[in-house]
Write a protein that binds this ligand. Sequence first.
Ligand SMILES: Nc1ncnc2c1ncn2[C@@H]1O[C@H](COP(=O)(O)OP(=O)(O)OP(=O)(O)O)[C@@H](O)[C@H]1O
Ligand SMILES: [Mg+2]
Length: 517
Amino acid sequence: MKTGEIWSGLGSTFATAVFLYTIFQQYLPYSLRAYVEIYFTKLTNLFNPNIQITIQEFSGERLKSNEAYTAIKAYLMTNSSKRAKRLKADIGKDNDNLVLSMDDHEEVTDEYKGVELLWTSSSSTPQTQQLSFYPTSDVKRSYRLKFHKRYRELVIDSYLNHVLKEGRAIGVQKRQRKLYTNSSTQEWYRKSMWSHVVFDHPATFRTLAMDPEKKKEIMDDLVKFSESKEYYAKVGKAWKRGYLLYGPPGTGKSTMIAAMANLLNYDVYDLELTSVKDNTQLRKLLIETSDKAIIVIEDIDCSLDLTGQRAEKKVKEEETDPIKKAKEESTSVKESKVTLSGLLNFIDGLWSSCGGERIIVFTTNYLEKLDPALIRRGRMDKHIEMSYCGFEGFKVLAKNYLDIDSHVLFETMRTLFKETQITPADIAENLMPKTFNGDAETSLKSLIQVLETAKEEARLKAVEEGRLKAEDEAKLKAEEEAKLKAEEVKENFAKDEVKQDESAQLENEGSDTEVIA
Ligand SMILES: Nc1ncnc2c1ncn2[C@@H]1O[C@H](COP(=O)(O)OP(=O)(O)OP(=O)(O)O)[C@@H](O)[C@H]1O
Ligand SMILES: [Mg+2]
């Protein structure tokens, strides 16, 4: 046969195939088409010696991220960067390197115990535009593993476990920690419950200003917790620990949370309770958190009326922080129905069913406002008071900000710290050099000034408070004296009245006798 004839034969076969396919797609009823497809697949399977396993990026109806997909992605990263031709680059751990992974619709082969396995990455965009208020435009990604059916047992019993184990280990190593925050419930249809950014907070326990002994105790507690998987399993307790951080604003509660995350290499979930509609959604949020997580509820006293009597929030006169004020006001506006018992279930109930280690941290400025049930030991295992800065704390800040361990002015400051109440945030602000060539001594002198002013203000405040107290006492005393006097007058008046009645009666009796006589 001539080449021209071959080509024309091929062309007409191709044209017929396209024609038949169009007829099949357009004119065959859907049910019939489905049947044809099923039987066609069965037919091809008869001749196809390969088995195929697909792992989707998301599983479940709520687009829950599939852990197996993440592990496989990490596993294939090392492999694909060596063998694949089309790669994707993403920013890696600590933001200082690029991590390569295989691009969509790319293939790589892997070898396991002498067997060759083929991995393909694919992605598809949903073609049917759903008629929905919140259209989903997410690309669906998946990995596909192909291997000869004679290796079925090897792959299912051993290779897949190997991939998961290796992938998880690589994932932990290359893990870019994340800071999650819960999306408002109205947005759950469009995006996942938690949105995240890379967690890159520089705070560590080394830079945290607090009593060194207390700091060591907290660090030991955290490390012990993270290494106690077997212990928790042995005693039959869920692997979780609750920390309550309390103290005045600017004493380092949020900074301590960042230091905890950096120490343990955990993700941080910053839970904004006021955007959670009800208890059910609170539970859903918890299920969606990963292992190795610190779940944080900041300013718990403002987030909810935990006594159960919600509604009208009095804007407290003493509350001057505008953010907290706004938070308090928004609570009543958004009508979140999360209750105290819902929150207790959030802490206790679900821990038991979640496998990995989790830490929950509450922060508050007003410990006394919290319901005792919420912070009892066992729920909040460790209560940590973050208080005003002492000399030891100051030394840490001086090292951080001025890079000095000692100075002649330190002795003056030691005495001043005993006499003043100043937050680490205020000290940090004053230690920051105000100009590029500002030296340590200038900063220290300006801080001494601030401390002396604070001391003087505290003295004046104490004097004023004493004066007000004395005034109140004098007022109270005067009121009591006036009251006693009034009672005395009343008593005398009553006595006079009795006397007058008696003399009138005697007079009456006298005149009656005269008449009779
Ligand atoms: N103990 C501390 N050690 C080091 N820096 C601190 C400490 N406390 C406060 N700071 C500094 O002050 C700033 C504010 O502190 P932070 O936000 O942690 O206070 P907070 O206790 O969470 O306050 P709030 O109750 O208002 O939330 C931090 O950015 C940090 O620079
Ligand atoms: Mg804070």
